[in-house]
Structures are given as C-alpha cells and as structure tokens.
Design a protein around this ligand. Sequence first.
Ligand SMILES: N[C@@H](CCC(=O)N[C@@H](CS)C(=O)NCC(=O)O)C(=O)O
Length: 201
Amino acid sequence: MKIIGSKLSPFVRFVRAVCAELNVAYDYHEVSSMADPTPEDLELVSRNNPAMKIPILEDNGKNIFDSRIIAQYLLQHHAGAANADFDPTMSLEKENQMTVLYAAADAALLRFLMLKTHPEINADQGYMKKSLDRISSCLSHLDQDKTFGKTFGLPELWSLFLLEWFAARNIYDWSDHANLKAVYQTYKSRPSITDTRPQGL
Ligand SMILES: N[C@@H](CCC(=O)N[C@@H](CS)C(=O)NCC(=O)O)C(=O)O
C-alpha cells in the first residue's frame, strides 16, 4: 500500500492519520505542495489521479482517489485492527458530519487557492463571500451537533486537521465554537495528530 501526498495537505494528513488509528502500514511518497507543484510532481499526480489532486492511495494495483473514499476503504478493510480508543463505526449522523466538514474544507481550499493565484480578487464579495459564509455555517452546525465528539472517530479526526489548517492559514477563526474547541483540545496530542503535524503548525 502506498500513499502519494504532501505533508502540508490536511487531506493527506487525514488519510495518514486514519492509517495510524487503524494500524495500517504503508509506503509514503512525498510530493511538493499542489498549490505550487514542480512539473514532475504535477505529472506524477495527474498520471495517478485524473482529478489531479492528492492524496492518492495505491493498493493491490489500484489507485483510490479522494480522502473520504480512501478513509472508507481503509475502514472497510482494517477496522478490526483499530486502536481501542478509536471509533471505526459510521452512521448517517457521522456521514452528515463528514459532508459538512468537507463542504467547509472545499470552501476553504477555494478561498486559499483563488487568493494565492488571483490576489486582486475581493474575498468579501460574490462567491468568495458565500464560501466564507459556508465555512461559518458548517462549523456552527457542527458546534451545535450534540453527537459530535461523543466518541473519537472519522469526523472528529478530520475536524482536527481542518481546524489546524484554518488557524495556520488564517482561513477562519473558530475560537468561539466551544464544542469544536473542546474536541480539539482533548485530542490534539494523539500520536496520529502529532506525527503528521508539519513543522511550524
Ligand atoms: N476532495 C479531495 C480534495 C483533495 C485536495 O483538494 N487536495 C489538494 C491538496 S491540499 C490538491 O491536491 N489540490 C490541487 C488542486 O486543487 O489543483 C480529497 O478529499 O482528497
């Protein structure tokens, strides 16, 4: 099993952390940040994923794209080896939480990449403004979701990487979301989080 990714990507961190929580061994191929990739890395990623994105999981001669699908695949095959304090079960509520987290992540990625490549854009207007509203709406929803954080499973794990990324890139200030903050504080020192944390975060 091999993962192609970049240490800076929260999506890649998530997939690597799922492997750690499920005690799955893998080879790792580091590529440059997809915000500014080398031509060789862009070629490698594009050859392995038509969506031209990381992470990519290669297993048994097949490539699996998208961190959410990779996490599902890992759970399907390795849930039995999960750490005792990691909850590998999924439910409709948890799938909804994942959808909300991914909506916030996609909105954040859009803002980050558009501002990086088109710094002249007004981030407080039009669809850019809507993307910020979406992040706010998603995080407020999760913050009020009483089932979020009851156990430590896929949604809680993914939320930590999202929150660290938001803070590091000044994407969104989530310090007023008490429940999210409590989940973050409780789990931020788990090995699956600290071992994947890029320097400086
Ligand atoms: N939905 C994808 C998103 C992955 C993603 O956007 N990865 C970023 C790196 S953080 C990327 O490869 N971006 C390249 C681009 O947008 O051109 C997933 O969950 O794997």
